[in-house]
Design a protein. Structure first.
Length: 149
């Protein structure tokens, strides 16, 4: 059971607002300048707000799942299948489990989020299963990153 005073609680609420397209300033206010992004498809950590924004933007366009047309991530109104199904929040850390279907394939994963004392995301790690989902996400994220670059 999370303590409502834990800093991660407010950060996760802002994350959900961002995913729904309802956070003024979006990722610019949510991410720390020195944020680190850890991807299931890239070996080395990606350091900095701008590269983290690039990866999270690409993910929001890839992960909504089948049936989504607006690229707003897990927004319930998007029509996509992306859904957070479990949350564990404690102190400065959160684990958000998600499910979606992409290209007819089931994708299950977690977003591991760490925040700093200023209430910004300082680390964002994504882990995905099963292997066929990792391969599919790798292919789609590569294409999306090339389009966004």
């Amino acid at each position: 059971m999370e303590n409502r005073a834990d800093p991660i609680v407010a950060v996760v609420e802002k994350w959900h607002d961002h995913v729904r397209g309802r956070l003024d300033g979006g990722l610019d206010v949510l991410l720390a300048d020195d944020c680190v992004f850890l991807s299931p498809i890239v070996f080395s950590p990606q350091v900095g707000k701008e590269i983290t924004k690039l990866y999270l933007t690409a993910a929001s366009k890839t992960f909504p799942g089948d049936g989504s047309s607006d690229g707003q991530g897990s927004a319930p109104s998007s029509g996509g299948s992306f859904t957070y199904v479990k949350e564990i929040l404690s102190g400065h850390h959160a684990v958000l489990e998600f499910e979606t279907t992409i290209g007819g394939k089931y994708v299950n994963g977690i977003d591991m989020i760490t925040c700093n004392d200023a209430g910004q995301i300082s680390e964002f790690k994504v882990m995905i299963r099963p292997l066929q989902a990792v391969n599919l996400i790798h292919e789609q994220m590569k294409a999306m990153l090339e389009r966004l670059a």
